[in-house]
Design a protein around this ligand. Structure first.
Ligand SMILES: *[C@@H]1O[C@H](CO)[C@@H](O)[C@H](O)[C@H]1NC(C)=O
Length: 148
């Protein structure tokens, strides 16, 4: 009986546990990023399995106002940024309540689908969220490994 309780607790822990992803800032001009979370990502660099979708959660505090926010995602392969399509690039429909206000903290939550035709390589994902003037609210980058 006790063993079963411990087992259930452990399973729940493993399922919900998400260590913040180690990211680098690549020019967040308008906001300050506090955490980047990718679910699921049990070990780093995050392994992205083809055919699966991942949830990316970037928590940031804005230093300015913006009516809109637009996400731009690239996969950087050997230093060359290649557009990485996401289903919805509207940040205001991805957990961010627009208009964005100064000194408020937001969690931008988006889906990152990994297409089956992607190559099995290690690359850097560069994720930007741009404001009304096309300035980066945030720009974060983190390494991933695509696997089949
Ligand atoms: C996103 O991350 C923030 C900070 O860790 C957390 O408070 C929030 O609940 C997360 N949102 C989702 C949808 O996981």
């Amino acid at each position: 009986m006790e063993f079963r309780v411990v087992f259930i607790c452990l399973s729940l822990f493993v399922l919900t546990y998400a260590e913040p992803v180690k990211f680098k800032d690549c020019g967040s001009a308008v906001a300050k990023v506090s955490t980047v979370d990718i679910v699921p990502c049990p070990k780093q660099p995050c392994e992205l399995r083809k055919g699966q979708s991942y949830s990316v959660n970037v928590t940031f505090t804005s230093n300015d106002e913006s009516q809109s926010s637009k996400a731009v995602v690239h996969g950087v392969i050997a230093g060359v940024p290649i557009p990485f399509p996401i289903p919805n690039d509207d940040g205001c429909k991805s957990g961010v309540a627009c208009p964005i206000q100064k000194d408020k903290t937001y969690s931008y939550v988006a889906q990152l689908p990994v297409k089956t035709q992607y190559p099995s390589i290690k690359l850097v994902v560069e994720w930007e969220l741009r404001d009304d003037s096309s300035n980066d609210l945030f720009c974060v980058k983190f390494p991933v490994q695509i696997t089949s």
